[in-house]
Every structure is written in C-alpha cells, then in structure tokens.
Design a protein around this ligand. Structure first.
Ligand SMILES: C[S@@+](CC[C@H](N)C(=O)[O-])C[C@H]1O[C@@H](n2cnc3c(N)ncnc32)[C@H](O)[C@@H]1O
Length: 294
C-alpha cells in the first residue's frame, strides 16, 4: 500500500463511517483489507484502491467500510449502564409514561446484538410492570454483517461466557449444536435496521432512552459534535442518553448534560446558550456527509 493509497482510504473511511484513522494505522488497514483484496481476487490493497477509484468493483467500497469497523461488544458490557437502566431509567419512565404506556429505546451502533439483547433481558425482568405497554427496542448499525448476526441471535460459547450471568443463559437461551440461541420472545423484542450515524435519522422519531456506546470514540471532534446534535433531536426532553465508559459530552457538546449522580448517563440539555452562526453550522454536517457518501 502506497502513502497515496493510505490517504485515499483514510478520506473515504472518514466520509463514509466517521472513522478517524491517524496517520500511523497502516498496519490496521493492512490486516483488515489484505484478506478482503484477496477475496476480490486481487493481490493487494493498491490494486483494490485502483479498482475502487475506477468504480469497477461496485461492492468493494461498502465492504471496505464494513471491514474497517470494530465490532467488539459483549453482554452487559460495563454492567453499570444496565444497573442504571433497571434502577433509574425504567422506574422514572414507568412514572413519566404511565398515560401513554410506551417505551422507545434505541441502541445505536448495536454491533452483533449483545447490547440490545442485554437491554431486552433487563426489561423482561420488569414483568407485570410493563404488561400492556408497547415496548420498542431498535438496534441499528452501519454494518449489515453484524446486523445479520444480531438478527439470528446465535452466539458462541465464548460470547455467552463474556458478561452474561449464568441464570440468564439458562433462562433465555437454547443450545443449538455448539451455539446458543436467544429464545424467540427476547429476539422478538428487538427490531433491526441499518443506519449510519453520520446521516440524518430524523425519520426514526424520538426515543426515551438512547444507548450510543463505544462508537463516538472512533470519530473526530466535528463528527462527535454533529452526531450528538442529531441524537439530541432524537431524544425526548426527559429521556436518557447512555455513552460508553471512555466517552463523554463534556468539552464536546452542550446538547446533553451529565446526570448529576449517574456516571455515563446524560439528559438532553433544554437550556442551551445561543450559538454564534459559525459554531451552529459546524454542528450540522449531515447533508455534506450524506451527499459525499452516495
Ligand atoms: C465497538 S462496537 C460497539 C458496540 C456496542 N455499542 C457496545 O458498546 O458494546 C462499534 C459499532 O459501531 C458501528 N459503527 C461504526 N461507525 C458507525 C456509523 N457511522 N454509524 C453507525 N454505526 C457505526 C460498528 O459497525 C460497530 O458495530
């Protein structure tokens, strides 16, 4: 791979997925894209880039973007967000939505499903308290590959040993050969949809809870700002945003404010100072990105 190939790929990935590769990540690109080039019958990355530039391997660009995503996830990752869900968010929403009896939860960047299904298993524990409620859990990701795996709800022995309490394995999974499949009632609680967080997601409506964990870390500052602005428009005024353990809005965006005593939990900031026009414009890169990625 030449320095020019690397620059081409960096720019493409930034536009298509928000991935902000530093100048020294050639090894990562090599390890992920050499096998992909071979699958296309090409000797290496330079040839793959040439084909992409010529537009002669139509599927290549989407596959390159997918191959460069990091899909690391596991059940009840970091534990605390799920404690907050059980102890803070759902109890507050059971009261606040008592008339509507609806609960909308969005798991953005849901990867292979461990996160949205952890949410579903938590909600299942509420039993009768949610009877008669319309509960929606939407799982979205940029990658079709991870969504397919998530839909199937099939996990390896290794995957179910990471974070999933044994009682929940026994209760909600059935062994299928060497794999474990989530039972149909839990699978049916989660809907899947492909969605790129860089693009407009106004069509999804508004949510009571948004889990958007361990994806902003891959974005540069402007992309984080733009994504948080769009998330703020997709959340109910009294809703909750959950970010990953290494992520925060502090110093990045005032669209959300940290929950006073629940780490990693954010509320929409309904009282925001007016912004100078130039800053407001920077926070809205949706159209430019959407156009560039088509
Ligand atoms: C490290 S995983 C995090 C999974 C899960 N949220 C968790 O915390 O365990 C990051 C996920 O973000 C997805 N992703 C990356 N860029 C994205 C984008 N622009 N829009 C939507 N999803 C994206 C990747 O495909 C990947 O599945």
């Amino acid at each position: 791979m030449t320095p020019l190939d690397y620059e081409f790929l960096r720019k493409l990935l930034k536009e298509r997925s928000g991935l902000d590769l530093s100048t020294d990540k050639q090894y990562l690109v090599e390890s992920r894209l050499v096998p992909l080039a071979r699958r296309f019958g090409l000797p290496g990355i330079s040839e793959l880039v040439q084909k992409m530039k010529a537009g002669s391997v139509e599927a290549a660009t989407a596959e390159v973007v997918e191959a460069m995503t990091t899909n690391e996830t596991f059940f009840f990752r970091d534990k605390i967000p799920f404690d907050h869900l059980r102890e803070t968010m759902v109890p507050a929403l059971l009261q606040a939505r008592a008339n509507r009896r609806t609960l909308r939860i969005w798991c953005a960047a849901s990867s292979t499903g461990q996160e949205p299904y952890s949410i579903a298993m938590c909600l299942k524990e509420f039993g009768a308290a949610l009877t008669g409620w319309r509960v929606e859990i939407l799982a979205t990701d940029l990658s079709q590959g991870v969504l397919e795996k998530s839909r199937a709800g099939l996990f390896s022995q290794f995957e179910v040993q990471r974070g999933l309490p044994i009682q929940l394995l026994v209760k909600h999974f059935t062994q299928v050969g060497e794999l474990w499949q989530l039972n149909a009632d839990i699978r049916a609680m989660v809907q899947h949809r492909q969605l790129n967080l860089l693009q407009d997601f106004g069509q999804l409506g508004t949510f009571d809870v948004i889990f958007c964990r361990n994806v902003l870390i891959y974005f540069d500052q402007d992309t984080k700002v733009g994504t948080l602005e769009r998330l703020a428009r997709a959340i109910e005024p009294d809703g909750f945003l959950v970010l990953g353990a290494a992520e925060s809005v502090v110093g990045i965006s005032d669209a959300f404010k940290p929950h006073p005593d629940r780490r990693g939990l954010y509320r929409a900031n309904t009282v925001r100072p007016a912004k100078p026009a130039i800053v407001a414009a920077m926070a809205q890169p949706v159209k430019a990105v959407a156009l560039a990625s088509r």
